[in-house]
Design a binder for this molecule. Structure first.
Ligand code: SF4
Length: 495
């Protein structure tokens, strides 16, 4: 069974399936290739590599920085380990010198025009996000090759892994994985029954499962890192200014909104938020700026929208974000978690952990029973899933029962069903950035409806809504699934 830390990953913008996944795939290919050649002592040295991008990766990869990701990954960069500025510098150097240091070890000539091919009219049968890598000797002989599939949320599978996981003996590897944790679950129904039987909250059950893979100190350190990166990203997005990369010339909105909101709140005190500092790291900028009382009671929602805008503008600029569970939807969970930290009475560090573990449990259900890939599900698989996860996380922090949490998660998705993916110009900007504000506020509304005004009994179960999302994704026309061939992408001209 996947860990919640497979879902929440530190990455770089702008896309988990088109940037993070391809960078990991390129890194793995380069290292496997160099390892194999060094094992075969008389193996011919690699003179050239060729990369072919298929399907959605070819159609929207240019706007999603797939080219940057591939070059960086082949050069030894990884999304969680390499600073975003270092990634850009590495790619600049490859483009200037037309040489690439494969796996940061062997130099090979690299002509982007001839060696990185965008096959916009071709799709591999396994998955819409496919990459073919080949390495050639100086005699032009292909000495190593593999295919990779980027299935959303930064998950990547080689050809063999994909076959084992999805094509041969379905559920076998998942079943083996399930057996490795104390409380395996494959559906929301199973999760609820386990919690009832064992008398555990969802986050407590996840903690026990995670303890079978790592120590409690490691779990805490990873959760702290996730919230650190999320809150740093919010703060960076509030401070940055200027125009986002790409042909749309979209100006950043977060800094101006931040200044407006902070000015409105200046000098006002609110005792109910006196314990905010307990929830680390509460960046000084936001901790002081959000400490106000409001003439307009909806101003807290303006802050939530700001948090989401700030993260997604950083994501669009190729900055450091947490994939949660994708990059296009990376603003929703941080925005709702920041709402909890900065505005919810009694918020504390334990609540931050409870939020992330509960949201992670819900995300695992979507990963297992549907998909996090917009190329398969449309935007319901990104913004919809993040909204559902965030609603569950907040419901847990509000003291919701297991049933109320499941209800919050279900509401969060039910009203995102059918949401298409139609990014203008293939950039993760319009409608993506603003859409995260809608996802975040909807998640808060879902949690409040479920916990404050519901008793956990409801009409549509989370399992039914996940299956409905999956079926809707399968039935959705390809042009609405991260191809930029339909919707806003064709009705609004990028210039
Ligand atoms: S429209 Fe939604 S799914 Fe598509 S790129 Fe934007 S955020 Fe991602």
């Amino acid at each position: 069974m996947y860990s919640i830390f497979d879902l929440f990953k530190v990455g770089v913008g702008p896309s988990s399936s088109h940037t993070v996944g391809p960078m990991i795939a390129a890194y793995r290919f380069a290292n496997d290739c160099v390892d194999q050649i060094s094992r075969e002592r008389n193996g011919p040295p690699i003179a050239r590599v060729r990369i072919q991008l298929y399907g959605s990766l070819a159609l929207t990869g240019a706007g999603h920085a797939t080219d940057v990701a591939i070059i960086a990954g082949l050069s030894g960069c990884l999304p969680d380990r390499t600073d975003p500025d270092a990634i850009q510098a590495t790619v600049r150097n490859v483009r200037e010198t037309k040489q690439l240091k494969l796996a940061d070890q062997n130099y090979v000539a690299f002509s982007e025009r001839n060696d990185l091919l965008w096959l916009t009219k071709e799709t591999l049968p396994q998955h819409p996000n496919a990459i073919q890598f080949q390495a050639f000797s100086s005699a032009g002989e292909c000495v190593f090759e593999d295919q990779y599939f980027s299935t959303g949320g930064g998950f990547v599978y080689s050809r063999r892994e994909f076959r084992d996981q999805f094509q041969t003996q379905p559920n076998r590897s998942e079943r083996l994985e399930l057996d490795t944790v104390p409380y395996p679950f494959t559906s929301a129904k199973e999760l609820i029954e386990l919690c009832r039987r064992e008398g555990l909250a969802i986050d407590a059950l996840i903690q026990i499962n995670e303890l079978s893979k790592r120590t409690s100190e490691e779990i805490e350190a990873r959760l702290n890192l996730l919230w650190d990166v999320m809150s740093d990203c919010i703060e960076k997005g509030c401070r940055a200014s200027g125009i986002l990369p790409g042909a749309l010339h979209v100006p950043r909105r977060a800094p101006k909104i931040f200044r407006t909101l902070a000015a409105n709140d200046e000098g006002l005190g609110s005792p109910q938020r006196s314990n905010l500092e307990q929830a680390r790291p509460t960046t000084q900028l936001l901790a002081s700026a959000t400490r106000g009382t409001y003439v307009d009671p909806l101003q807290q929602l303006d802050w939530v929208s700001l948090f989401a805008l700030a993260v997604n503008e950083e994501n669009a600029a190729g900055g450091r974000v947490v994939t949660a569970p994708t990059n296009g939807a990376a603003g929703i969970i941080p925005a709702v978690l920041a709402y909890y930290v900065y505005f919810y009475p009694g918020a504390d560090q334990a609540g931050v952990y409870r939020f992330l573990k509960t949201a992670g449990a819900i995300g695992l259900l979507y990963k297992r029973n549907a998909s996090l890939s917009a190329a398969e599900m449309g935007c319901q698989g990104e913004v919809g899933v993040a909204c559902s996860m965030a609603a569950a996380g907040l419901a847990a922090c509000m003291g919701g029962t297991v049933e109320q949490i499941e209800n919050a998660a279900e509401i969060g998705m039910e009203h995102n069903l059918g949401l298409t993916c139609d990014p203008i110009g293939g950039l993760v900007q319009v409608p993506c950035i603003e859409r995260n504000t809608m996802g975040a506020t909807k998640a808060i509304n879902a949690a409040r409806l479920a916990v404050l005004y519901g008793d956990g009994k409801h009409f549509v179960s989370l399992d039914k809504v996940i299956e409905t999302m999956r079926q809707t994704g399968v039935d959705m026309q390809v042009k609405y699934k991260e191809t930029s061939l339909g919707g806003l992408a064709v009705n609004v001209v990028d210039c």
